[in-house]
Structure formats: C-alpha cells, structure tokens
Design a binder for this molecule. Structure first.
Ligand code: ATP
Length: 373
C-alpha cells in the first residue's frame, strides 16, 4: 500500500491562487475524505496527486518517492472523475477492457475484469453504452474501471453527488466494502459533511486552497478548531450565540434570554466571541434531572415549530428574536407531542459547558473554555 504526502503545494490558474501552500499527509491504506465548499480546490488537489495537473511549487510524495514530475500513467493511481469519464461510443465492457490495456498480463485480464464487475455490481451493464445508464449505474461503471486497475491509490471525485438517497447509500456501502477488501489508499472528495462523517477514517477539511483541519470524524465533530470547520461538520448545523469576552469571562449580555449559572472563563484576549451549540446538545430543562447538571448555560425560548425527522423531534425556537434549532430524541411514535412540546410554548433549555464551542469572532479560531466558577 502507499502513503501520500503533499508538501507546500501551490497552484494558480490565470493568476488566481487556487491551491495555497497545501500540506497533507495520508497514511497508507486509509480512507481520507477531502471536504470543502465548491471552488476551494478539492478537484485540483486530486488532479495533482494523479499527475493531471502540476503544482507551481511543492512536492507530491508517494511512499517516500517524489513523483511531482512523474507522468500520470507511471503513478500507481486511478481516478473516478466527477462526470464519470466514460467513453460515449464504447460499451461498459469495452471501457473496462480499455482501462486495463497495458496494465496487466493477458492471462490475468479476464480474472481482473470479472472481479471488478462483481465488486462494482455492473454485471447487467456490460453491453450498454453510457447514455443508456442511470446516474447510479454510470457511477458504478466508472468505479468498476478503477476497481479493475487495482492501483495502490484510488481517487474518487464526488462519487455520490446527484444520486437519490437509496442509490447513494448502497453505493456508499459498496465503496467502503471495496476499500476494506481490496488493499489501497482511497481519497474521496465531497462537499457533503454527512457523507464525510459516515465514510472517512480521516477527514481533511479544505478552505481557500488549504487544509484547515484534519482528524477523525469524532475529533472534528467534538473539537472543531475554526468556525469554518464547525460549520462544515454536523447535520443539522451548529447554532450560534453572540457573546463578549470581558476580563476573561463570557458575557451573554446581548442575549438577555441566555444566562450562565457561574462564570465561563476563557484564557484569551477580551473581544467578541461566537458560542456554538450543536442542536443535539440542548436539554429541555423542565424534563431534565437538575441534580445531574454540571455547569452550563440556560436559555429561555419560545417554540416556533416542532417537526418529526426520522427518530428525532426537531424544534425550532426563538430567543431574543433569533431562530435556533434543537433536536430531541423521540420517545413515542407518531405524535408531535411525544416530547411534550407545542408551538407557542415557553421553555427553558440547558446546555452543558462541555458542549459549548467558543470561537473568537476576530480570528475565527477556537478558544479553550477554562475552569468554571
Ligand atoms: P467543486 O466542489 O465545485 O468541484 P472544487 O473544490 O473541486 O470545486 P476546483 O475544481 O479544484 O474546486 O477549482 C478550484 C478553483 O480553480 C475554482 O475557482 C475553479 O474555477 C478554478 N479552476 C480549476 N481548474 C481550472 C482550470 N483548468 N482553468 C482555470 N481555472 C480553474
């Protein structure tokens, strides 16, 4: 298997910097997801790993060897393109055979083909042309070509975008099974945070042509280091409360509906901060055992809407004129009132200090919440 190191990559198009001093280390055999908004440079990064684009400066290193100037064909890398990259005039079988040309001995070809057809589930598609395929079938066919190539590094550019939920979930499972059964390093690009959370061993969050944080899904969910990462990870997204840091203590003064039982301290210069709260971190104070509470904040809220989403109740509420979202597990089935809440009701919500994410509004960096008291 193969490790991939990207060291100080820079790339511009028409004078515009697209990749800006990007560093990334991908362990051999891992499944890494590059996550970031449209235009942040994800595809360009994949193309530089594949050798389809050359960085202006910096190095692409595989297993310790500098491959920055090595031709794509000579790298042990394959790529599934965002638009599937199938040849319109060739059947899927012809495409698969073509993708193996020069890559394996004749005696091995039929076995490779039948493995790829089975793993990617394209047995019924072999005689078809790309225009005769659905979106999901087309993705599978493109994946089959990569499976057949058996490269040490596999690059998947948005392999699940634009597919309906059932097709996406099935393909997601099949891709993960393939990654687990056929040794290799897989790098997958998406702008979908939930997809990244479900599939990755490690997520590398990109913004503005750089990696802004890398870690396991849990690390990024629990300890986002910047506001951009906090917004990219977690569905539904975080709620944001405005606050000020005064003499090292968080003051929720602008939000008269928010109070903290005791001082929440942050060791950072005074200034404006954002306090982020994940929707699942709210507790309904009236239903919550107060003796089990540690330190945290209490918010007075008025319920604006309650809706059932799968196994949860999503509750939209207002505090001091702003809209927030809380998600509560549903105890019974079928009723909006299964957690005893109704529209117009006032309630008191509580969040543990351990579930507060504090960021400077100036630097947008995470600030460490210190001792409470
Ligand atoms: P998306 O999620 O929308 O696919 P991305 O994060 O993959 O976006 P890239 O495709 O890497 O982003 O593009 C990054 C930036 O570089 C964009 O502004 C894009 O317009 C620009 N760009 C990419 N390739 C070229 C090119 N060949 N010529 C000029 N500009 C390009």
């Amino acid at each position: 298997m193969t490790s991939v190191h990207l060291c100080g990559l820079k790339k511009s198009f028409a004078g515009q910097i697209v990749i800006d001093n990007l560093d990334l280390t991908i362990e051999s055999g891992s499944y890494v997801v590059l996550l970031g908004p449209s235009g942040c440079g994800k595809t360009t990064t994949l193309r530089m790993i594949a050798g389809l684009d050359t960085p202006a400066t910096g190095k692409v290193v595989m297993n310790g060897n500098d491959v920055t100037r090595v031709a794509p064909r000579k790298r042990d890398v394959s790529m599934v393109f965002q638009n599937d990259g199938l040849y319109p005039h060739l059947t899927i079988e012809q495409t698969l055979r073509l993708s193996l040309q020069g890559r394996c001995a004749k005696s091995e070809l039929e076995a490779r083909l039948s493995d790829a057809v089975r793993i990617a589930g394209v047995g019924d598609l072999l005689g078809k042309l790309p225009r005769q395929l659905s979106g999901g079938e087309s993705r599978r066919a493109a994946l089959a070509a990569t499976v057949a190539k058996k490269t040490a590094v596999r690059l998947l550019d948005e392999p699940l975008s634009g597919l309906d939920v059932a097709v996406r979930e099935r393909l997601q499972r099949d891709i993960l099974q393939w990654h687990q059964r056929v040794p290799g390093t897989t790098i997958h690009v998406t702008h979908d945070g939930s997809e990244a959370m479900r599939m990755a061993d490690q997520i590398a969050v990109m913004d503005g042509g750089r990696i802004i944080q890398m870690g396991t899904p849990d690390q990024l969910y629990d300890q986002p280091q910047t506001i951009a990462v906090a917004k990219a990870i977690g569905t539904p997204t975080m709620n944001w409360l405005q606050a000020e840091l005064v003499d090292g203590v968080i003051q929720m003064s602008e939000q008269s509906d928010v109070s903290s039982g005791s001082a929440l301290r942050v060791a950072a210069p005074d200034g404006p901060v954002w306090v982020g709260v994940r929707p699942k971190a709210f507790h309904n104070s009236t239903a919550f055992d107060t003796s089990a509470r540690g330190q945290g904040i209490t918010i007075r809220a008025v319920i604006q809407d309650c809706r059932i989403v799968e196994e949860s109740n999503e509750v939209i509420w207002l505090a001091n004129g702003s809209r927030f979202l809380a998600v509560f597990a549903r105890s019974g089935k079928g009723s909006k009132l299964s957690i005893g809440l109704s529209v117009g009701q006032e309630l008191s919500l509580w969040v543990s200090a351990a579930d507060l994410h504090v960021f400077s509004r100036v630097t947008e960096q995470r600030l460490k919440l210190g001792d409470v008291g």
